[in-house]
Design a protein around this ligand. Structure first.
Ligand code: FE2
Length: 494
């Protein structure tokens, strides 16, 4: 009796032990699975990164006017501030611009495909202007058309001993798999940090610059004679801009609306000096336009011009987006100054008005990347959108969206206003990577499906890649997904 009681007790304890072990095993399995899911989330990049990198910055002051990068070319009336931009829709033309300080002209550009053998010449326009007490030099713009694709051209401007020679390369013919390397620079200014950014960009081998606005920051100088620091900036940027096209865009520092000194024409300094091929894309203003280059369609918008429904910029953008042919130019980029997604405390929400007007189009047309500046720091988003909200829906939070663009804020060129180093905490879900350092980026298109993107931090004199990404094309990725879905559906029927 006693024996059987002991056996029953032992069997009961054994059962309890077995169930305990089973429960512990299940618990352990749950912990392992939970850890796996957690680690997978981190690996998949759903958590954004706020870089802890802290740099010791050069002082955020403009280089002195007698710095060698601002040197005036020797000789009477020698051309200076030379820069080029694309001159047509598809890249068979350039606009060559320069300033002569003493008198207008010579107005012609001589050019050819070998050095010192200039068989052709074209005439420029010339104009000058005043801004408060400042009187500009003579600003020349020369449209050189009918060029061959993928060709190196040499050009000469000025005359006699004061003539100066430069060169540029035309892009390849528009085509879906044409490789091309763009640089992206913003808010450059003219400090020692700006010089570091520009020198690093030149080393990177980029073929054309997508510029996201705020050029010289001359309006930050007290004397109101804003043209002086426009001149120094023009001489500084020449080291790159005379040799490859910069696609210009305006920022707030180009507005220069100064009624207190009688200067009430917005963008006056900028518009005299920097021109764009806006007529080629049927735009009514040089402040917004589009160009196609290699395998990319680039749309440039003005954050400081009217853009709501029925305005010229709105109507133009609607038509331009409809003109984009992803079979010819698979890559679609938009450039603007104010970012639409930004989690820095500087300029927070300033892009909200444009986001509410244009974001649904950017999603509908599957824009690959939207580049902006304005915030003096770097930030990259995941693909998020916030287009479901309306005044009654209440759906007001950004959500992951495979059709949405990636937003890149790159106003980190290095101007005299310094870095914007305070970010919102916690980091919003849409923000993938952010860091308050100076730098520039390159975007290297490989073919219709893939491009390699790098953001380079200046790192006090050394170029350091700090954020990198393989971009999958939004259109061809979408088509690929649709095709795969179709194949799957057909094989299920079979
Ligand atoms: Fe700005």
């Amino acid at each position: 009796m006693l024996h059987s009681k002991i056996v029953n007790t032992l069997q009961a304890d054994k059962g309890t032990l077995t169930s305990l072990v089973t429960r512990m095993q299940a618990m352990l399995l749950n912990i392992v699975l939970a850890s796996f899911v957690f680690l997978s989330c981190i690996r998949d990049g759903s958590a954004g990164i706020t870089s802890s990198f802290v740099r010791s910055a050069f002082p955020a002051v403009d280089m002195p006017v007698d710095h060698e990068v601002f040197a005036v070319p020797k000789g009477y009336n020698a051309p200076q501030q030379v820069h080029i931009t694309q001159g047509d829709y598809d890249g068979k033309a350039v606009i060559i611009s320069w300033v002569t300080p003493d008198e207008p002209g010579p107005r012609h550009v001589q050019y050819g495909t070998s050095k010192n053998n200039y068989k052709t010449s074209k005439e420029s326009t010339v104009a000058n202007y005043t801004f408060y007490n400042y009187k500009s030099g003579y600003i020349h713009h020369c449209l050189v058309e009918g060029l061959e694709y993928s060709t190196k051209y040499y050009y000469r401007i000025g005359s006699g001993d004061c003539a100066r020679e430069f060169w540029f390369e035309t892009p390849p013919k528009i085509g879906p798999d044409t490789p091309y390397k763009f640089g992206i620079i913003g808010d450059l200014g003219q400090t020692f940090n700006s010089l570091s950014t520009l020198e690093h960009y030149i080393e990177s081998g980029g073929q054309a610059v997508l510029y996201v606005g705020d050029l010289s920051y001359s309006d930050q100088h007290d004397n109101k004679d804003n043209g002086l620091r426009w001149d120094t900036w023009g001489r500084f940027a020449e080291m790159s801009a005379a040799y490859q096209p910069w696609m210009w865009n305006v920022g707030n520092h180009e507005v220069e609306f100064l009624p207190e000194v009688g200067e009430v024409i917005p963008f006056k300094n900028y518009l005299y000096r920097y021109t764009t091929p806006y007529l080629a894309s049927h735009s009514s203003s040089p402040l917004w336009y589009a160009v196609r280059r290699a395998s990319a369609h680039i749309i440039v918008l003005s954050s400081y011009s009217p853009f709501v429904k029925y305005t010229p910029q709105y109507i133009w953008l609607k038509q331009e987006l409809a003109r984009v042919d992803r079979k010819k130019t698979p890559w679609l980029f938009v450039i603007m100054h104010k970012p639409l997604y930004n989690s820095n405390t500087a300029h927070y929400m300033e892009g909200e008005a444009m986001r509410s007007v244009f974001e649904s189009w950017f999603v509908q047309y599957k824009v690959d990347v939207i580049f902006a500046g304005h915030v003096h720091a770097y930030e990259r988003s995941y693909r998020y959108s916030n287009i479901d909200y309306n005044i009654t829906s209440g759906r007001r939070y950004p959500v992951p969206d495979k059709s949405a663009p990636i937003y890149i804020t790159i106003g980190d060129g290095g101007n005299l206003e310094g870095l914007a180093s305070r970010y919102l905490d916690p980091q919003p879900e849409y923000s993938a990577f952010r860091e308050a350092s100076y730098g520039h980026a390159t975007l290297e298109i490989k073919n219709r499906t893939h491009a390699i993107y790098h953001w380079y931090r200046n790192d006090d004199g050394v170029k350091v890649p700090a954020d990198s990404l393989v971009l999958h094309n939004q259109y061809w990725g979408y088509i690929g997904r649709k095709q795969n879905q179709l194949i799957e559906e057909v094989s299920n029927i079979e």
